[in-house]
Design a binder for this molecule. Structure first.
Ligand code: MLT
Length: 405
């Protein structure tokens, strides 16, 4: 009889966003006359920038021409997009990242999940609490998380770093030794962002102890404050201790198009091995690259027109986040995030549970949110709302919420 990966059996019910989708679908089916406004999953609503679609149309034409057709591309991504990323996202900010350190992929979610392939089973993993569930679930699937303690809502072998109102939603260095440290800034779900000075101790810790920082900066395009770095590699020393995940999803509207990238510096070595070489080996074996058409679209993000269009799109989502933040604050809720992030993190009223408030907003205001408890125990008592909706609908959602409060 085949042996299955029993770690899957330890996972609680379903993936957070699938569970929310299930509840929302059930409610919609029972109440088809209710018009829901969705501020739950962080999915973009505006169309792709015209510079991107023009480049993709041209790439389709390439694919229809025998002389310009592309079959399998390089597993790491085409040079044209790796060069653009290195130059515009890093070197232009004074960060020395080279194209060979960039691996283009179909999503930051996949990369965050796949990166665990590089690490041994006995590593101690530290995650923020609340946390994007992918970091936790993928370590649980690969046996690094121990068992799920239902009562505590935690995995027995993970180190949870609480991010609460008391510490400004920024984790503190763990009290016990850890090997793999997941950091996400601007943060999903709290919307908090760490400054250079706040990130430096993490880089120093990882270099001192031999840990690796897995830095998710999928939301960097939303940063507004000058002291907040867009990349962990803006912190001196990060090239010897960090891997960074970035995505075109939230930056350029690619959630349905799929393109992202991971930066593994050549200087990053552990156990006598180059992690850049290991990731390259892994990608060559398990991944055949992002479609040529999509990579041409991603390249167009870096053109002057592309940059202008992307900035307009981000500004619109930032404005939505402000509408939510200001509106909920005016209604008496305690809110944070929404300044360097599309996410607003709001305290539930009167100590109400996250799922209870989620249900109340769904059934009474017909607004879909994300219950904070779904992101970990320290998310209890909060809900997350996203600025990725349409502006009119976002305003209406805020009005509806105000009315029921
Ligand atoms: C979220 O809502 O947290 C994101 O959409 C999840 C993701 O990017 O996978």
């Amino acid at each position: 009889m085949v042996q299955i990966n029993e770690n899957f059996l330890k996972l609680p019910g379903s993936y957070l966003f699938s569970e929310i989708a299930r509840r929302v679908a059930a409610y919609s089916e029972a109440n088809p006359e209710r018009k829901l406004i969705r501020l739950g999953i962080g999915d973009v609503t505006r169309p792709l920038p015209p510079a991107v679609t023009a480049a993709m149309h041209a790439a389709v034409d390439d694919m229809a021409d025998a002389g310009r057709f592309h079959g399998y591309g390089p597993e790491q991504g085409y040079a044209f997009v790796r060069n653009a990323i290195a130059e515009k996202d890093y070197q232009a900010r004074g960060v020395n990242i080279q194209p060979e350190e960039i691996f283009v992929s179909d999503g930051a979610k996949s990369d965050c999940g796949n990166i665990v392939d590089l690490f041994g089973p006995d590593n101690k993993v530290a995650v923020c609490d609340p946390v994007y569930p992918v970091y936790v679930d993928t370590n649980a699937m690969s046996g690094r998380a121990g068992d799920f303690d239902e009562e505590a809502g935690k995995w027995t072998n993970l180190v949870y770093m609480p991010c609460t109102a008391e510490n400004g939603f920024l984790p503190e260095l763990p009290q016990e030794p850890v090997d793999m440290i997941y950091l996400c800034f601007p943060n999903n779900p709290t919307g908090g962002a760490a400054t250079r000075d706040q990130l430096k101790p993490w880089v120093d810790y990882a270099n001192r102890t031999g840990a690796v920082i897995l830095f998710d900066s999928a939301y960097e395009a939303f940063i507004t404050r000058p002291g907040v770095p867009h990349s962990i590699f803006e912190i001196p020393g990060a090239e010897t201790c960090a891997i960074e995940f970035r995505s075109f999803s939230k930056t350029a509207g690619f959630t349905g198009t799929r393109c992202a990238y991971t930066v593994v510096p050549k200087a990053l070595e552990r156990g006598g091995a180059s992690l850049n070489a290991m990731w390259n080996r892994r990608q060559c074996t398990k991944f055949n690259g992002v479609p040529y058409i999509v990579q041409r679209g991603a390249e167009a993000v870096y053109t002057p027109e592309g940059q202008t269009q992307v900035r307009e799109m981000i500004a619109c989502y930032q404005n939505n986040a402000k509408i939510i933040r200001d509106g909920l604050a005016a209604a008496g809720l305690t809110v944070s995030g929404g300044v360097d992030s599309p996410y607003v993190w709001a305290r539930t009223p009167d100590g109400m549970g996250s799922w209870e408030f989620f249900d109340r907003l769904l059934t009474q205001a017909n607004v879909v949110t994300t219950p904070g408890a779904g992101f970990g125990p320290s998310g209890e008592g909060y809900i997350r709302l996203t600025g990725f909706g349409e502006t009119g609908a976002t305003r209406e959602a805020v009005e509806r919420i105000k009315q029921i409060l």
